[in-house]
Design a protein around this ligand. Structure first.
Ligand code: UTP
Length: 295
């Protein structure tokens, strides 16, 4: 029988080496896109998709994420005293966004290992995974995760979020090999390839940070040997799962930003700033001026 997806895991225990030195003391998931930390966008997406409980995989350097989603009585008191009601409400709302739980990954042994840390929290249910450095904005439409959950409802199998990327950039990603059968956003898979050469890539559809996984993934992860960089790779475990289960991809709608990458982060910041009423005009004028000056 199909089980409803109620729990999500947000792995956020990576080292963020692409963003050093900023990430020496601050987790990349806490870097703000305009004035909201990346992880808050991701928690919001999970909540808007109907997720009830979220487990964040953290490490010893990341307690500021827990503080961000907790009450801050001292700050609330000061804001109230200063008559800043709106700001006070805003910070209280963050603490009430979702039922959040935390577990530490003791060593950064890879994404697959981070997900394995969620085994007892998840139990024997299908669950969602949202990577802590992939932000998807689908203005006016369903969140990316909800689109994957809808696909899961149709196929009752694991679903991987994918996005078409420019052909020449495909070597940077895990890539899906479709069976050729596609219906709307839903694609049946025959294989996955991690970082293929451009000429060998089986498609231009990259795996991008949103998954619905069946609990059998934990067994596959436990049996996984460290792969690239000595890390336990989620892709390897999904490949293992494909031996016994059918797996689908969902090409979700929405603008995707890899905010663990500097250019992705800058793009997200500019686009989200342009969404703000108070920032739109000055930023638009500044970009136009800059574009005219740039060669
Ligand atoms: P990334 O590979 O993008 O994160 O993992 P990273 O290792 O922090 O990045 P760089 O390459 O060093 O800059 C994708 C997601 O998985 C989490 C990361 O926090 C990120 O959200 N992750 C990765 C873990 O939780 N644990 C790990 O051991 C590795």
């Amino acid at each position: 029988m199909r089980k409803k997806i109620k729990k999500a895991v947000i792995p956020a225990a990576g080292l963020g080496t692409r963003f050093l030195p900023a990430t020496k003391a601050i987790p990349k998931e806490m870097l703000p896109i305009v004035d909201i930390p990346t992880i808050q966008y991701i928690v919001q997406e999970a909540v808007d998709s109907g997720i009830e409980e979220i487990l964040v995989i953290t490490n010893s350097n990341k307690h500021c994420m827990e503080n961000h989603f907790d009450r801050s009585y001292e700050l609330e008191k000061r804001l109230k005293k200063a008559g800043k009601r709106e700001e006070c409400e805003q910070i209280c709302e963050i603490a009430d966004m979702a039922k959040l739980y935390y577990v530490r990954q003791k060593e950064p042994k890879g994404l697959g290992h981070a997900i394995l840390c969620a085994k007892s929290f998840i139990g024997n249910e299908p669950f969602a995974v949202l990577l802590g450095d992939d932000v998807v904005i689908n203005k006016g439409g369903d969140p990316a995760l909800k689109q994957l959950m809808d696909t899961y409802e149709q196929v009752n199998a694991s679903v991987i979020g994918v996005h078409t990327v420019p052909h020449e950039q495909i070597y940077r990603y895990g890539v899906i090999e479709p069976t050729g059968r596609r219906s709307g956003k839903k694609i049946k898979l025959s294989n996955l390839v991690e970082k293929p050469k451009v000429k060998d890539a089986p498609s231009d559809m990259a795996i991008v940070g949103r998954y619905i996984l069946t609990p059998e993934i934990f067994e596959a992860l436990e049996g996984s040997r460290p792969g690239a960089n000595g890390e336990i790779q989620l892709t390897d475990a999904i490949q293992q799962l494909m031996i016994s289960q059918v797996i689908y991809a969902c090409e979700f709608q929405g603008e995707w930003y890899d905010v663990g990458d500097k250019f992705g982060y800058i793009r997200a910041t500019i686009n989200q700033a342009l969404e703000r009423e108070e920032l739109y005009e000055p930023l638009r004028d500044y970009i136009k001026k800059l574009a005219a000056e740039l060669k």
